[in-house]
Design a binder for this molecule. Structure first.
Ligand code: UTP
Length: 300
């Protein structure tokens, strides 16, 4: 019997324009905005590495240079910290460059998330792979990716991460039509709709920014026309897989229904609440920050 290859490659699309964050995103990628002292994207990459990813491809675009520098060495800065004997800062500065084998592909025009994933085709080849959106933080200790990898191994095909969202938020997401399985947290996905109106939404289960995809997705993406917002949508390509009735192990799509935490830093309100919540959990400044926050709130 063939043992399936362990999932080791991840794609992290970071080529979007970040228009909800303008003007800061004019020259700074939104994925490089700090949550305390680390950029958002570092939390995402650390989560991938904690799940066993060793090879990571960023799909980048214009104005993403800062991100490339962050995951590279900085000889001058490292020598200065070494000379000062500041080993803690030295480790913090070198850390991002040592997380995984990091590669880059350019997405010439930000033509949509599906198009960004298609830019990874030659790097991924015929392996199953993970996709992590670079502006969404899921705490590593939730082990979400590891659970998704296990579901992929059990059922084959592709696996999405789903979360119940309130009706007021449904039109911001891709939404799944599902059938139950023997396991309460795992569903079979039979259809998907990108950013539906409340009346068109097939359920209250929204697709979050973590995917495990079968390479069959690439052929479909090649033929996917621009959808909502004039962009080539990843949801539309996965919809083709989900609707496929051949029951082939490549085209099945399952969902992990997630009830834990996630931090959507891609828009201003979510970014602010994520910063406050994650700052209160820090070992170094958390207690002091919470005390200040309580006093601040009492004064409002
Ligand atoms: P978003 O839609 O949240 O990012 O895509 P955006 O387009 O940059 O944001 P707004 O709507 O203009 O504010 C989710 C992720 O997919 C990447 C983004 O960089 C983000 O991390 N993305 C999106 C691409 O890499 N390429 C694209 O064409 C679109």
């Amino acid at each position: 019997m063939n043992t399936p290859k362990p999932l080791r490659k991840a794609v992290v699309p970071v080529a979007g324009l970040g228009t909800r964050f303008l003007p800061v995103t004019k020259a700074t990628p939104k994925e490089m905005l700090p949550i305390v002292d680390r950029p958002v994207i570092q939390y995402v990459v650390e989560e991938a590495v904690a799940a066993g990813i060793t090879d990571l491809l960023f799909v980048t675009g214009r104005a993403k240079r800062a991100l490339e520098d962050h995951f590279d060495y900085n000889g001058e800065l490292e020598r200065m910290l070494e000379d000062r004997g500041d080993l803690e800062k030295l480790a913090a500065v070198r850390g991002p460059a040592q997380l995984a084998r990091i590669h880059y592909a350019r997405q010439g025009t930000p033509a949509g998330l599906g198009h960004a994933v298609l830019c990874a085709q030659s790097h991924i080849g015929d392996e199953n792979f993970a996709v992590l959106l670079g502006d969404e933080i899921i705490p590593s200790d939730e082990n979400v990716l590891k659970k998704m990898f296990a579901i992929q191994e059990q059922y084959g095909g592709s696996v999405l991460l789903l979360k119940k969202v309130p009706p007021s938020e449904i039109s911001r997401y891709g939404v799944a039509a599902v059938k139950s399985t023997n396991e309460s947290s795992i569903v079979e996905i039979t259809d998907l709709v990108e950013k539906p109106s409340l009346t068109d939404a097939p359920s209250d289960l929204a697709v979050l920014g973590r995917y495990v995809l079968n390479p069959a997705i690439f052929e479909i993406l090649l033929n996917t026309k621009p959808g909502k917002g004039g962009e080539i949508q990843l949801t539309d390509a996965i919809q083709v897989l989900a609707r496929d009735s051949s029951n082939s192990s490549d085209t099945k799509v399952h969902g992990l229904v997630y009830q834990g935490e996630r931090f959507d830093t891609g828009e201003i309100f979510g970014y602010l609440t994520s910063t406050v919540e994650l700052a209160t959990r820090r070992e170094d400044i958390g207690v002091e920050f919470k005390d200040w926050l309580k006093k601040f709130v009492q004064g409002l």
